[in-house]
Design a protein around this ligand. Sequence first.
Ligand code: A2P
Length: 331
Amino acid sequence: MKKVNLAVVGATGMVGRTFLKVLEERNLPIENFYVMASARSAGQTLTFMGKDYVVEELTEHSFDKPIDIALFSAGGSTSEKFAPIAAAHGCIVVDNSAQWRMDPKVPLIVPEVNPEDISWNSGIIANPNCSTIQAMVALKPLDDKFGIKRVVYSTYQAVSGAGVAGWKDLEDGLKGEAPKKFPHPIANNCLPHIDIFLDNGYTKEEMKMIWETRKILHDDDMKVTATTVRVPVFNSHSESINIEFERPFELADVVETLKNAPGVVVADDPANNVYPLAVDAAGKDEVFVGRIRRDESVENGINLWVVADNIRKGAATNAVQIAQLLIDAMQ
Ligand code: A2P
């Protein structure tokens, strides 16, 4: 098997550290490994596969050396500047920021859903938004079978999605301290405000879910709306998803389709209090689906409760799966 040179950019961050963990677990064939971050953490060491690696400052010259794949999770402005530099040097960037996701020249990939889209990359592949990724894993097999007409997302998103600073705001808030990252206390609270507000009254997080769903499912006309909410949970996003299908269906068929879907675990036994929970999903790579029931207010509708670890499947694991697809294609 051909080994690759791989870099992690933003290696000291919440997602960056999880990149290292997932890369270790999946044992990718790596020849040379590089960890990069800002000047603030240059010189620190990070352990990978039992070996210490010194964090390099990310600069315009970081990609002068041969690097096949770089996993980026260092914010949009870092990706905007450095992903094209890496790509110009022949490196393929898997970018976790929102910077390139809606660029028509950049594929947006969930490996269980649209792996074929890696074939038209020109050096940058985008990792979707965490809330979108887990929804796509559940929605794709249903769209294939019953045709999705309309989706209503309502999310309950963990503070880890706002990085180290978001996590700390909940920790400190539980001790009565004022928030530094969020505009209001997150402890004992729900904030219907993730990312910035746009002119249409939606937050950017909500519009990301809408735009990215259409791009990943290759359906520009799909009707999608969203309300995204930050809740006082450390890790794992939960989502209520209401779906209207084009075609009539049997509920048992929906359950069966989800049970057979790659990356999905159905946890749905309400009589025994079994349904997906954030604390159960944390640390796992699957998307958990439950509370599967008919929406009795419309002709062909269902409701789902979908939970996944937003740092793993919602970010690091998805990016590492994309790297795996790239490595497979290089063999
Ligand atoms: P650093 O630790 O040096 O600040 P999180 O979202 O969890 O806070 O992580 C953000 C990650 O992105 C960190 O690894 C951080 O590095 C990195 N980062 C932020 N700004 C830059 C930058 N300008 N260049 C390189 N890495 C950056």
